[in-house]
Design a protein around this ligand. Structure first.
Ligand SMILES: [Zn+2]
Length: 398
């Protein structure tokens, strides 16, 4: 028989439940709430006083409970450390996309066990901060064998795997970018598609132009992968419009946008995924979330965790920066880090706490989700449930 557990006396429950959200209550917030989980699912939400009888009971003590964070953009399969490069950049040197090749060399030289160990450690680190769904990309192998290996390893840890052979042109093809695109859209795709759900391309000056990006995404679509695009991070370019035209699940970065880009994102299904860790770590201009939200675009927040330009797994950090620097309210930032991330991965089972949702829950040592931005840098996570299992808890948390 399936065991049922009630989490009661939740001071402030963020549901993102479409049947509870409204202009006045954008997060579907319920006070003095309870959540009942059975197996891996949420089966009931409502007032603590009306909670049905269950096998177990956990007293939240008036604290806030949120959906687990959905980090829809990360690069977690890699080896090596680029701390010195970060220090040099903070001492005045600009970021260039070519630094990716440093990680490519270290990743190729690493064993499968080393790559998997790094991946597992980063996923656990994220989970301790409330993240229960993680997307991860390939892109540090750049050979047929190394890209397929990265995705094979990743697919053992998360269903949200993205083929990013088109991260940068592999060093072996420095003089022949067209040849590299042929590899990425041909044999490399054949080897990677069985392990990937998504296809992505770094559409940026210094990486891949609009025509090359279209070729990569079209080839991926023909193999059943759904596009997502690294777009408009370092300057204006065709990435966002291409993403919307091809029905990409998300356009990621969105730092340099024209009015046409904003209109396209506001009118289509493509989520604008903002990655403030990248601007923080490269001392660059933050994207204007306010402009996107006011236009009606769906916004997601993600870490972009990678060793070069954003080495953080912390969604609370991204929320705090988005509120402080990008014009988002705490409600908007928390929604973008949960519901927005789920939309960017086209998932309806995560990012919400509602009957039928996967029981991915994040209890924080605070009376309100506002504290995630109000108390920056403070480890507020008290307990995390993933698919109904308590996977992280500090000593006497629950
Ligand atoms: Zn990225």
């Amino acid at each position: 028989m399936t065991v049922s557990t009630a989490i009661t006396d939740i001071g402030s429950l963020i549901t993102n439940d479409p049947s509870l959200t409204s202009a006045d209550n954008p997060l579907g917030l319920v006070r003095d709430a309870a959540v009942v989980i059975e197996g891996d699912r949420v089966v009931w939400t409502g007032a603590t006083s009306k909670a049905p009888p269950t096998d177990n009971r956990v007293d939240a003590g008036g604290r806030a409970l949120l959906p687990g964070f959905v980090d829809s953009h990360a690069h977690l399969v890699f080896a090596g450390d680029r701390g010195p490069e970060f220090a040099a950049r903070m001492s005045g040197r600009p970021y260039s996309a070519g630094g990716i090749r440093t990680t490519v060399a270290a990743t190729r030289a690493a064993s499968d066990a080393e790559l998997d160990g790094n991946l597992a450690r980063l996923i656990a680190e994220a989970r301790r901060q409330g993240t229960t769904t993680v997307e991860t990309k390939s892109g540090y192998g750049l050979t047929v064998e190394d890209e397929a290996r990265a995705l094979r390893i990743a697919a053992e840890r998360t269903p949200e795997t993205t083929y990013l052979g088109a991260h940068v042109v592999a060093p072996e093809y420095a003089g022949d970018p067209a040849g590299y695109v042929d590899l990425v859209t041909g044999p490399m795709l054949d080897a990677c598609a069985p392990y990937a759900r998504w296809v992505d391309v770094f559409c940026e000056r210094g990486a891949f132009d609009g025509d090359q990006a279209r070729a990569v995404l079209d080839a991926g679509r023909a193999r059943g992968l759904t596009p997502r695009v690294h777009a408009n991070q370092l300057g204006h370019g065709p990435g966002v419009l291409l993403a919307v035209e091809l029905g990409a699940a998300s356009a990621d970065h969105c730092t340099y946008l024209t009015d046409a880009d904003v209109d396209a994102l506001a009118s289509g299904d493509t989520v604008a995924t903002l990655l403030p860790g990248a601007e923080f770590s490269t001392r660059a201009t933050y994207p204007d979330a306010r402009r996107l939200l006011d236009a009606g675009a769906t916004v997601a927040l993600s870490t972009d965790c990678n060793p070069g330009s954003s080495f953080t797994t912390s969604m609370p950090f991204c929320i705090a920066v988005a509120v402080r620097e990008m014009g988002m309210s705490p409600d908007e930032a928390v929604r973008a880090a949960t519901y927005g991330g789920a939309r960017a991965l086209r998932r309806t089972d995560v990012g919400t706490v509602a009957p039928g949702s996967r029981a991915d829950l994040h209890l924080i040592d605070a009376p309100s989700h506002i504290h995630l931005a109000y108390r920056p840098g403070v480890p507020l996570t008290a307990a995390v449930w993933q698919a109904g299992a308590l996977v992280s808890a500090d000593g006497a948390a629950v």
